[in-house]
Design a protein around this ligand. Structure first.
Ligand code: RFL
Ligand code: PHB
Length: 389
């Protein structure tokens, strides 16, 4: 097999890149280890920034998002028994879209397949070769048969646990930055109408909680937990008691309950691996960086990485220049570090750290008080949240 850009991973980064390249007349093949059904059913992110909506629109896959997604013009911070609205649109002129990641995946898969794009599911033994030459290749197994793809470039969009990052050349010159948090998020899907029109980020001494939505009949709720805890330790009654305790406010507002039909625990880390390119292998999305979900940035960073790569490949194939490709790491990292900073700030601001001193707890509370009292600080939070940079 021969293509211009071989892409490993059919997450949002890989599929979106493949489609953006197709629209620029550049061929690609996407290799995915899981099945189509599995990638279309994996529950992950929910929040899209304006810039991500624009990229999806540019790719021609935004139609269902605009129809079925919910535009949110504010978020709420809940602490000390009160809720405080951050008016994103008044403060920044922008809004965010709540539209589930697996719906974005479905839209992208449909767009790739209807344009006769090649997406190979359920591949195994993916390996990258010759990335320091001008003719790299990828070998893999599909339906029991071994294959080779010869390409001009390889993009590793295979997530945090993929094969691409360990395949980067000059491993001894690479630098990774990491912080692992001493807590995780317990996430549930609930059959019920939304409890709130907007997302609620709740700080509470028992731990953080987040009230989000998926559709008019499904809520997505999270609460801070021990990352080594197990879902079986949490009966539905225990989950509701914990969520009520962390989110109830003095105005009598109460979370709506419903049937819990999915439970899961996720770990939280901040991670950046540099450089994001080596020879003709480029990393995009979670393969190169991870943020804790508190800032809702992961999917948005994946989209902005591949928008940069698409422009780089376009310049290469139209003008024969590798200038943009050469500056990919530098260009992408500017945005990534700011998103890392915001995600870390939100995580620090809203979670309970078991080892915090009483003084540190008061500082955390004072920081929240400052944000809701100061238009300047609220604007800064809002700008970062909507991705106005
Ligand atoms: P993905 O989505 O992990 O996709 C990588 C794909 O590569 C495949 N793969 C391989 N394929 C072939 N060969 C191999 N050797 C392979 N190894 C792996 C995998 O099967 C997979 O299909 O990475 P990508 O495309 O970079 O996208 C990143 C986003 O998925 C991620 O950043 C977000 O989901 C993070 N995130 C959120 N981001 C937001 O912007 N807003 C949010 O509200 C938000 N909430 C979240 C989140 C992530 C969460 N979890 C579960 C980590 C909420 C949660 C709970
Ligand atoms: C979600 O709806 O899954 C979600 C929303 C906001 C976040 C993280 C996750 O910060």
């Amino acid at each position: 097999m021969r293509t211009q850009v071989a892409i490993i991973g059919a997450g949002p980064a890989g599929l979106l890149l493949s489609h953006l390249l197709h629209l620029r007349g550049i061929e690609s093949i996407v290799l995915e280890s899981r099945s189509r059904e599995e990638i279309e059913a994996t529950i992950r992110a929910g929040v899209l920034e304006q810039g991500t909506m624009d990229i999806l629109d540019e790719a021609g896959v935004g139609e269902r998002m605009h129809r079925e997604g919910a535009l949110h013009r504010g978020i709420e911070l809940s602490f000390g028994g009160q809720r405080h609205r951050i008016d994103l649109t008044e403060l920044t002129g922008k809004a965010i879209m709540v539209y589930p990641q697996h719906e974005v995946i479905k839209d992208l898969v449909a767009a790739r397949l209807s344009a006769q794009g090649q997406v190979l599911f359920e591949v195994s033994q993916v390996a990258v070769h010759g990335v320091e030459t001008e003719s790299p290749s990828v070998t893999f197994t599909h339906r029991g048969e071994p294959y080779v793809i010869e390409a001009d470039f390889v993009v590793g969009a295979d997530g945090f646990h993929g094969v691409s990052r360990p395949s980067m050349p000059q491993q001894e010159q690479r630098q990774d930055f990491q912080r692992i948090y001493p807590f995780g998020w317990f996430g549930i899907l609930v059959e019920s109408a939304p409890s709130s029109d907007e997302l609620i980020y709740a700080q509470h001494e028992r731990g953080f909680a987040l009230i989000s939505t998926r559709t008019p009949t499904v809520q997505r709720l999270y609460f801070q937990c021990d990352p080594s805890d197990h879902v079986d330790n949490w009966s539905d009654d225990r989950i509701w008691a914990e969520l009520h305790a962390r989110t109830e406010t003095n105005d009598g507002w109460r979370l709506k309950e419903g049937r819990i039909f999915q439970k899961g625990i996720i770990g939280m880390r901040s991670f950046v691996s540099t450089p994001m390119q080596g020879g003709r292998l480029f990393l995009a999305g979670d393969a190169a960086h991870i943020v804790p979900p508190t800032g809702a940035k992961g999917l948005n960073l994946a989209a902005s990485d591949v928008a940069l790569l698409a422009r780089g490949f376009e310049q290469f194939y139209r003008q024969g220049s590798q200038e943009r490709l050469h500056s990919y790491t530098e260009d992408a990292l500017k945005r990534i570090w700011r998103a890392e900073y915001f995600s870390w700030t939100m995580t620090r601001l809203l979670h309970t750290f078991a080892d915090a001193t009483p003084f540190e707890r008061e500082m955390q509370r004072a920081e929240l008080d400052n944000i809701v009292a100061s238009r300047a600080l609220a604007t800064s939070l809002a700008e970062n949240y909507v991705g106005a940079f």
